[in-house]
Design a protein around this ligand. Structure first.
Ligand SMILES: [Zn+2]
Length: 148
């Protein structure tokens, strides 16, 4: 890491701590040539999650689309939208942690169903009855709308 003041290539780390949000490590560095100090941050690289659809195409994981599907499935069920958002965040985290950046749409549907089952039985049945027979979430969401 080059010193931003004199361009010298060698520095030493004088302090290293996790940031308040726990999502980065902040390091204070001191240039071995001019002794000036500067700060660097180290963060985990966020990998984009991709969904492999049944027709073979791949598209980026879309939180909004999944949330819309869940909102429809839980209509009139008194499930707060925050719970649905938390469910999606949980799935995202599980995929990121397993280093599984490409997920099959069916696998994604199963992950949703497992959690929905604990959250609300009716929503689970709505989601399950329709989801299983569909190619992807687009088709699924429009079908659910027709049911209402
Ligand atoms: Zn320097």
């Amino acid at each position: 890491m080059r010193c931003p003041f004199c361009g010298h290539a060698e520095t030493k780390v004088v302090d290293s701590r996790v940031t308040e949000g726990q999502d980065a490590i902040r390091r204070r560095r001191e240039c071995l040539s001019c002794q000036q100090r500067f700060t660097t941050y180290e963060r985990r690289e966020e990998m984009p999650l991709m969904v492999l659809k049944r027709n073979g195409s791949v598209e980026p994981f879309d939180r909004g689309k999944l949330l819309r599907g869940l909102v429809v499935a839980t209509a009139n069920r008194n499930v707060p939208v925050e719970r649905l958002e938390a469910l999606i965040t949980e799935i995202e985290a599980e995929l990121q942690n397993s280093l599984n950046y490409e997920v099959q749409s069916r696998q994604l549907g199963d992950m949703v169903l497992r959690r929905l089952k604990d959250l609300d039985k009716v929503a689970y049945i709505r989601f399950a009855s329709v989801y299983k027979s569909f190619q992807d979430l687009d088709e699924f969401t429009s079908e659910l709308k027709d049911l209402q």
